[in-house]
Write a protein that binds this ligand. Structure first.
Ligand code: G
Ligand code: G
Ligand code: MN
Ligand code: NA
Length: 250
């Protein structure tokens, strides 16, 4: 397939880059970290979003080299940030099946000098659903290294609150489909409230995705949600704009 050949070449030619979306504490509106999101700067087709190449990368096995690249680039970038700002990196279920993932991460942290607690990986419920002995063992080893683990896109697909007990997650990211319709008494408001409350009881931090309005922000804060991410605060931005964003609302 043409896009697969293109993607292979793009990795070699460094046409992929990471953009970073700020994650904001609802308590004090300060930035607590950034989520790294891959972009493909195609020489003729312009900027290609991950929805168009991550699935291709997963089907072709290219996700392993893409994933290694993204982890390394994100860790290197985060060492330039002040304080305890964390960097969140999305990991494909395919990467979690690799027995050497934890070794790769440990080596990377040693090489870059990034404190382990400043790296967070985001995994989807498909990863947990795999419930594969390799996957669970790898997640445990990653926890032992000291990195944080977030359950991404929570509420989509077949996610169940019982996943929050399957594995000791540090964070739950509430999918933006729930944030879109937040009104007092709406089904989504009731669900978000339940997730925030159960996560809180389990010692898990909550981050709401896709926050686009002040109303949504205030509503989530009132429900006790800890952090938020979305166009209200900022889209994902190139790394060189981070210092300016931090100066504005760090
Ligand atoms: O930036 P955008 O909203 O289009 O990102 C869509 C999704 O693409 C993200 O939520 C994430 O699931 C996926 N994605 C982005 N970057 C990466 C990456 O580096 N690795 C993996 N596995 N997925 C990514
Ligand atoms: O990991 P995940 O697939 O959730 O990545 C976040 C995705 O959501 C990115 O593709 C990003 O472009 C998108 N996104 C980020 N903020 C918003 C927002 O406020 N509204 C919408 N509709 N999409 C957003
Ligand atoms: Mn994510
Ligand atoms: Na998400």
């Amino acid at each position: 397939r043409e896009i697969e050949t293109d993607l292979r070449a793009a990795l070699e030619r460094n046409e992929l880059e990471l953009h970073y979306q700020p994650i904001v504490s609802l308590q004090d509106s300060r930035i607590s970290g950034f989520e790294a999101l891959a972009r493909w700067r195609h020489p003729t087709k312009g900027m290609i979003p991950p929805s168009q190449f991550i699935p291709v990368a997963e089907d072709s096995g290219l996700i392993l080299s893409l994933g290694d690249w993204a982890l390394a680039a994100a860790c290197r970038e985060a060492t330039r940030w002040p304080g305890d700002l964390r960097v969140a990196v999305n990991l494909s279920p395919v990467q979690l099946l690799m027995p050497d993932l934890a070794d790769t991460v440990a080596k990377l942290l040693a090489e870059t000098g990034l404190a382990p607690h400043r790296l967070e990986i985001e995994i989807t419920e498909q990863t947990v659903l795999a419930d594969n002995e390799h996957t669970i063992a790898t997640l445990r080893r990653l926890k032992e290294i000291g990195i944080r683990i977030a359950m991404d896109d929570f509420g989509t697909g077949y996610s169940s609150l019982s996943y929050l007990r399957t594995f000791p997650f540090d964070r739950v990211k509430i999918d933006r489909s729930f944030v879109a319709d937040l009104k007092l008494g709406s089904d989504h408001a009731v669900i978000v409230q339940a997730v925030v409350s159960i996560a809180g009881a389990l010692g898990i931090t909550t981050t709401a995705e896709g926050v686009e309005s002040e109303h949504q922000r205030d509503f989530l804060k009132a429900l006790g949600c800890n952090e938020a991410q979305g166009f209200l605060f900022s889209p994902a931005i190139p790394a060189d704009l981070i210092p300016r964003v931090l100066a504005d609302r760090g």
